[in-house]
Design a protein around this ligand. Structure first.
Ligand SMILES: O=C(O)CCC(=O)C(=O)O
Ligand SMILES: [Fe+2]
Length: 253
């Protein structure tokens, strides 16, 4: 964990020209670091090795997700439909699309817009992430807040050696909101802040459609046969979201 954060600090100290030379991966590129122990492009311990560990952790989360939806959906806590196979998400995330991002929030002089940090001092506005889930490492500065169901902003205080896991819109859509997207933001606390989010998405051709609603027998389907002839693939969903974001930015400028 420390290695990735150090890599972020080192990267942002580089001059602009060097930073601009770093190419972004294409959206459809798969994370191929499952067995990769080298340090990738991010410096010692900062890139590939860290990402390989995050993919391992993601596999555990995917299994836990499948297990959590494996109970009878027609029971007291279910929403109808069929139980989800334990390996439902694992089997659709064998060549996942993921992005490891290094973020730097420079200090903001005016830390408080007079409203306790609700405006004028945001490091990152309120949003939900697009993908399945995000594994986020933050430094000790703080400022990350999560909105609870009552609409209150709760500080996600940095805890050494821990991650924050945010549910993304794709997981929310896939689970028919049993897992609701995490609305979050970053309020500037006035100092340099670094964070390392890892955005995890399933295979590009995984079909994403609300589960446990249609009464489809999960056990009767193979991993690539969602049996509905519809739904959107993970790649299509991500492309739509990215296109929507860039259209909005163009219209504003
Ligand atoms: O920097 C953080 O703690 C959060 C970053 C974030 O929410 C994002 O990049 O989507
Ligand atoms: Fe986010």
């Amino acid at each position: 964990m420390e290695g990735a954060m150090d890599a972020a600090r080192r990267f942002f100290r580089l001059d602009l020209e060097t930073k601009m030379r770093v190419r972004r991966r294409k959206m459809r590129d798969e994370c191929d670091d499952r067995d990769n122990d080298d340090d990738g492009g991010g410096g010692k311990g900062g890139g590939g090795g860290y990402q390989a560990e995050l993919i391992e952790l993601s596999d555990k989360l995917l299994l836990a997700l499948g297990r959590s939806l494996n109970h009878d959906p027609n029971g007291p806590s279910g929403g109808g439909g069929a139980a989800v196979a334990e390996d439902y998400f694992v089997s659709r995330s064998r060549k996942p699309m993921c992005t490891l991002r290094l973020l730097h929030y420079p200090p903001v002089d005016d830390c408080d817009g007079g409203d306790g940090g609700a405006s004028g001092s945001l490091g990152c506005g309120a949003h939900t992430d697009y993908g399945l889930f995000t594994i986020l490492q933050q430094d000790s500065i703080g400022g990350l807040q999560v909105r609870n169901r009552g609409g209150r902003w709760i500080d996600a205080k940095p805890l050494k050696g821990s991650f924050v896991i945010n549910v993304g819109d794709m997981l929310s859509r896939w689970t028919n909101s049993e897992y609701a997207s995490t609305v979050h933001r970053v309020v500037s606390r006035g100092g340099d802040r670094y964070s390392v989010p890892f955005f995890f998405n399933p295979d590009f051709d995984a079909v994403v459609k609300p589960l446990r609603k249609e009464g489809l027998e999960e056990s009767e389907r193979g991993p690539d046969d969602d049996g509905d002839g519809g739904g959107q693939t993970a790649l299509e969903i991500l492309k739509d979201r990215y296109n929507g974001t860039f259209t909005k930015i163009e219209m504003k400028s």
